[in-house]
Design a protein around this ligand. Structure first.
Ligand SMILES: Nc1nc2c(c(=O)[nH]1)N[C@H]1C(S)=C(S)[C@@H](COP(=O)(O)O)O[C@H]1N2
Ligand SMILES: [Mo]
Length: 323
């Protein structure tokens, strides 16, 4: 489904069914009740754009005390293959990416499927600043001061059915805007749109967030505007950008990277210094911004340093098999 288009392009057959409309109204009413009961939502203006200041994001106790990477590095060294495969490509090629209007379709095994405008999330979920380590599978890392809200807050509101075991996320598919999605040399040869997935308990973990900003401002386009996932104990590619669909499913989703290289990228993708990528070691990492001749590599930590919080999700699992 193409989300962004002029009203005239929308066929009558696509107009939101009444049930979905009513679900959305109920969602708003319940969210308003939560806000009135004390949790202060961010109350942003309706028109949002990259760089706009985010007021009153609470500082989260779940943040790392490590020094954040510079905003310059975070916004100019990116993996966002829809805009090119060079680290500098996304900052250049995503400049005119349109992220307004934007909506996220909620589908599958859930009692409240609907297409929610992005602003609904901003108005009704209190935003927090979460400073997290981000460890890319390519053995570099950053520390990012995200602004977002726990994915579990949204999931609870949507009421998954008992059949929902996994959550599948999909990025916008729009080759006109995303040149990397066109076949040819510029693309990464991935199967578009980009798809990621989590087990429902991973999605419900308090560390898992949907981010809408960084460094106190709405997300820059190259970082996944207007809304992206952040799962800090997994390799960066799980943290899917520019999400247009969240689907609750019974079976483990087939992700983009599993399709591209099943022997190299597994479903779990937990940061694990003892399980190497077939082509390189995962034992150490280079911290972006520290690449002087004298800065040693850092040792990669189990679950990217979040073992205390997340190890219990994987009790009894062979992490070499379920990589
Ligand atoms: N849709 C989409 N999401 C994506 C990617 C991508 O190419 N496309 N790259 C992933 C990878 S490999 C990483 S390391 C992180 C990088 O996020 P950042 O650019 O905000 O640091 O985004 C992830 N999310
Ligand atoms: Mo990555």
């Amino acid at each position: 489904m193409v989300i962004i288009r002029k009203p005239a392009d929308i066929k009558p057959s696509e107009i939101t069914p009444k049930e979905i409309y009513l679900n959305r109204r109920r969602f708003l009413r319940e969210a308003a009740a939560v806000a009135a009961a004390g949790a202060s939502a961010a109350l942003l203006p309706c028109v949002t754009q990259a760089g706009q200041k985010i007021p009153n994001a609470r500082k989260s106790p779940l943040s790392t005390g490590e020094k954040p990477t510079s905003v310059q590095d975070i916004t100019s060294y990116n993996n966002f293959y829809e805009f090119g495969t060079d680290k500098k490509d996304p900052a250049r090629n995503a400049q005119n990416f349109r992220t307004f209007p934007w909506s996220v379709a909620i589908e599958g095994e859930v009692k409240k499927p609907a297409v929610y405008p992005f602003e609904d999330f901003l108005k009704h979920f209190p935003l927090e600043e979460r400073i997290y380590r981000l460890r890319c599978v390519e053995a570099w890392s950053m520390v990012v001061p995200w602004v977002g809200f726990p994915l579990r807050d949204l999931i609870r509101r949507l009421e998954p059915t008992s059949r929902a075991k996994y959550v599948e996320f999909t990025t916008l598919h729009d080759p006109e805007q995303m040149p990397g999605q066109k076949p040819g040399l510029f693309g990464a040869g991935l199967d578009w749109p980009y798809v990621e997935g989590l087990r429902l308990d991973e999605a419900m973990h308090p560390l898992t967030i949907l981010a809408v900003g960084l460094y106190g401002e709405m997300l820059p386009n190259q970082n996944g505007a207007p809304i992206r996932l952040v799962v800090p104990w997994k390799y960066g590619f799980k943290s899917i950008k520019s999400i247009v669909k969240i689907r609750f499913v019974e079976k483990q989703p087939l992700t983009t990277w599993m399709k591209a290289g099943p022997s190299e990228y597994g479903f779990y993708s937990n940061v694990n210094p003892t399980v190497d990528h077939p082509r390189w070691s995962q034992a150490a990492e280079r911290r972006i911004g520290e690449d002087s001749l004298f800065s040693p590599k850092r040792k990669t930590l189990m679950f990217n340093g979040y073992a205390e919080q997340v190890a219990s999700l994987y009790t009894g699992m062979d992490l070499k098999k379920f990589f």
